[in-house]
Design a protein around this ligand. Structure first.
Ligand code: HEM
Length: 380
């Protein structure tokens, strides 16, 4: 508990997964150097994520739809968003995602190092997301450059740099909204146009609302998908027998395997909440107005819940928190799951074997980012 906490709680420069593994058995909740309360165990993370009254999601001064909203307002926007991410809405895009993945794997060089995070994950994420949203393929270099700048800004922790990167991204989004709004009935029939015509309270969504929604569907998620691909590839190279088994497994089995691989090494580390009143959680008193971090990565490795972190996709599925829990649970779960399954299958089908590059094959990310910065592999 806090009175026995170690002196140095600065996560900067550390591998967060290793660091929280070290802290969690002794400290269910820690207060970090920024003064945020970090929940490290499964029980408290689930409790806070499901207690929407005492743990508000209204943590930012920027408009964040739907993740920064609470209560009825959140429910109303969330209903709009869920329609675009349902099984029915996403099914027509599967063939396109498969073509993108196949083409990308075919293009990769054989016998020389390829970085699974940047050369596979990031490129696939950008192409798949552009295809889904109807964004022009010419945006690919701009979006990839933005992902790198965003990553650098996040790692630097500099607010000004982060604000600048956010502004660049908003400009990209406005560049796809404006022509659709101007074209009226002549606008292309795609997800972005449908969203531009969507309504809340009997009025069209405003530009600020559209930018916020599209930012949430792309901004963080491109990076998350890229990091997830890195984690999955690293696991498959380390477990060639399992990779061989997945080549002939059903889609459902591959998806369950991916969820479990990501549970053990969840690169999407945490989300924030703010307490609306004094709370007691895990025996810890936390004052009103405090920032609380739900550390999904740590909770997903709680040895008491996941049988000492053995690999067991079936047994661990019900407690897996990779996509969160509660009202804010990820609406993009199906899209992410399908994209990751499709990318994994394409890689397994397109390369008879995967091995680590001889030198500098792995570089882990450090706080506040999770997963790997680089996973250099050789396809043959
Ligand atoms: C592997 C990739 C992904 C991971 C690991 C992930 C994880 C998460 C998690 C843990 C949350 C809960 C946040 C919270 O409780 O505060 C969340 C929320 C959210 N995710 Fe994802 N996500 C991924 C991909 C996507 C994709 C592809 C989309 C959309 C295209 C998406 C859209 C969202 C949105 C809009 C929210 C906010 C939901 C709300 O506040 O009601 N995510 N995601």
């Amino acid at each position: 508990m806090t009175d026995h906490m170690p002196d140095d709680l600065t996560a900067a420069g550390r591998d967060l997964r290793a660091y929280t593994d070290q802290l969690r058995p002794k400290y269910p909740i820690v207060k970090n150097s920024a003064g945020d309360w970090v929940l490290l165990r499964h029980a408290e993370v689930v409790q806070a994520a499901q207690n929407h009254e005492h743990f508000s999601s209204n943590v930012s001064r920027y408009l964040q739809i739907p993740n920064g909203l609470d209560g009825e307002e959140h429910t109303q926007y969330r209903a709009i968003i869920d329609r675009y991410l349902s099984r029915e809405a996403l099914t027509p895009y599967v063939t396109t995602f498969e073509q993108i993945a196949r083409h990308l794997v075919d293009e990769l060089p054989r016998g020389e190092p390829v970085d699974a995070v940047h050369d596979i994950g990031a490129v696939f994420a950008v192409r798949a997301q552009c295809a889904w949203l109807g964004w022009p393929a010419q945006l690919e270099p701009e979006l990839l450059a933005w992902m790198s700048a965003n990553h650098r800004a996040t790692r630097s922790g500099e607010h000004e740099q982060m604000a600048q990167v956010a502004e660049t991204f908003d400009a990209i989004i406005r560049s796809v909204i404006a022509p659709r709004r101007a074209a009226g009935d002549q606008a292309p029939d795609d997800v972005t146009t449908q969203l531009c015509r969507d309504r809340i309270h009997d009025r069209l969504l405003s530009e600020a609302e559209l930018v916020s929604i599209l930012r949430n569907w792309t901004g963080g998620d491109l990076g998350s998908i890229a990091l997830c691909v890195g984690v999955i590839v690293e696991y498959l190279v380390r477990h060639p027998d399992y990779a061989r088994r997945l080549r002939i497994a059903s889609d459902a089995e591959v998806e369950a395997a991916i969820d479990e691989i990501l549970r053990l090494d969840n690169p999407f580390i945490s989300n924030r909440r703010i307490t609306t009143c004094p709370v007691n959680i895990g025996g810890q008193n936390i004052p009103s107005g405090a920032t609380v971090k739900l550390n999904w990565t740590s909770a997903n490795r709680d040895e008491n819940v996941f049988n000492h972190n053995t690999f067991d996709p079936v047994a661990h599925a019900k407690n897996n928190l990779v996509y969160g829990i509660g009202k804010h649970v990820c609406p993009g779960r199906l899209l992410a799951t399908w994209q990751l399954r499709i990318a994994t299958r394409a890689l397994l089908a397109g390369a008879s074997s995967l091995s680590f590059a001889e030198s500098q094959s792995l570089e882990r990310e450090t706080a506040p980012v999770g997963g790997f910065h680089k996973v250099r592999v050789i396809l043959s």
